[in-house]
Design a protein around this ligand. Structure first.
Ligand code: KG4
Ligand code: ZN
Length: 355
């Protein structure tokens, strides 16, 4: 294997079909097809629809990625894929495709962890990877927030030492945004909509609950998250207004809800940095687009003396480049390929960087 392996990465864990190509840490292509529009009328990702959409999108997405990178399949040194965590049926499409490619091309097959990929993406440089100020330093705390996951990690080594500090015990943060948007009458996906209307609202209008932040919760759930109580509180609040025939101040409620989410996410992440003596925080996942999450993370990192890293948004949301980047790290660290018998694992633990 060369010093800078040319790796293809396939990502199909949720509603984005992503194909990325990297050479070592250089980003060559990052092409994404999303089935988001097909889920809109259901107000959330429908697993069966996502899986079918991956089947249709994979081949054209792969072709476009190869064209953008200016390479052919024969040039590849390895084929990588997300094998978990994620939606079972959706993962299986990517895993099946990656195995077929690896067998047909006689290239090594690397099945890697989606969550760790979100961190690994920050190593990439080159076109589309944004300006690199300084290389990613480890250990780092990583907060990954999307429609499918809300996880706080302690990453000592990208290739083989990742610890799960905490995660959501119910809804993912993005899911909470989507559900609250729905009850405020805003379209799917709700995150960007809430973010937009919240800009004109008062974040102090309603004091919504901060899940798992009471002293008794902090004993067992210091780094865990919970958003279902918050969602219910917003629903009750809106119901009470409607019952009284009062207008619903959508901007104020959106701003107050957004504040509650941003507050808990950043407070717990910064607490982890302090507790573990790790002055670095990396953000990933689609919710990182949120203006308040970004602002509060920046503010609290500065106060706590924590170096904050946020990859460009195109690399924060689910993509294949992060999977290729992580597999390239494993290859460069000397790890061999995955067994072709490896399957999709919707609950793959974060400690398993490569299956
Ligand atoms: O990482 P991502 O694209 O992948 C999936 O989870 O599929 O994240 C999408 C999630 C959705 O729940 C969406 O509502 C949320 O990220 N999101 C946001 C914003 N933009 C996207 N949430 C809050 N504020 C935003 N600006
Ligand atoms: Zn993700």
């Amino acid at each position: 294997m060369t010093a800078h392996p040319l790796v293809l990465g396939i990502e199909t864990s949720c509603d984005e079909t992503g194909v990325g190509i990297v050479r070592g840490t250089e980003l060559l292509a990052n092409v994404i097809a999303s089935s988001m529009d097909e889920h809109a009328r259901f107000g959330g990702v429908v697993p069966e629809i996502a899986a079918r959409a991956h089947l249709e999108a994979l081949e054209p997405t792969l072709r476009e990625a190869l064209a953008r990178a200016g390479i052919t399949l024969d040039d590849l040194d390895a084929v990588a894929v997300t094998c978990g965590p994620g939606l079972g049926g959706a993962l299986m499409v990517g895993v099946g495709a990656a195995k077929a490619l690896a067998i047909a091309l006689e290239k090594p097959f690397y099945a890697v962890n989606h969550l760790v990929g979100h961190v690994g993406v920050d190593l990439l440089h080159g076109q589309g990877a944004g300006a690199v100020d300084a290389p990613l330093e480890l250990p780092t705390i990583a907060l990954l927030v999307s429609g499918g996951h809300t996880s706080l990690l302690h990453v000592r080594s990208l290739t083989d030492d990742v610890e799960l500090l905490g995660e959501t015990i119910d809804d993912a943060a993005g899911e909470a945004f989507d559900k609250v948007a729905r009850l405020l009458g805003l379209p799917y996906p709700g995150g960007p909509q809430i973010d937009r209307v919240a800009a004109d609202g008062d974040p102090r209008a309603v004091r919504f609950p901060r899940g798992l932040t009471l002293p008794k919760d902090l004993v067992r759930h210091r780094y865990d998250f919970s958003f279902s109580g918050l969602k219910t509180a917003v629903a009750r609040h809106v119901e009470a207004l409607r019952d009284r025939g009062e207008p619903v101040p959508v901007a104020d409620i959106a701003a107050s809800f957004r504040e509650a989410v941003a507050d808990v996410l950043t407070a717990k992440a910064i607490a982890a940095c302090g507790d573990l003596g790790v002055p670095r925080l990396l953000l990933g996942g689609g919710v990182v687009a949120n203006a308040r999450v970004r602002a509060l993370a920046a503010e609290r990192s500065l106060t706590a003396g924590v170096a904050l890293r946020i990859p460009p948004l195109s690399l924060c949301t689910d993509n294949g480049a992060m999977i290729a980047a992580l597999a390239a790290q494993r290859i460069m660290a000397g790890y061999g390929p995955s067994d072709l018998g490896v399957g999709a694992d919707s609950t793959l633990p974060v400690t398993v960087v490569q299956a």
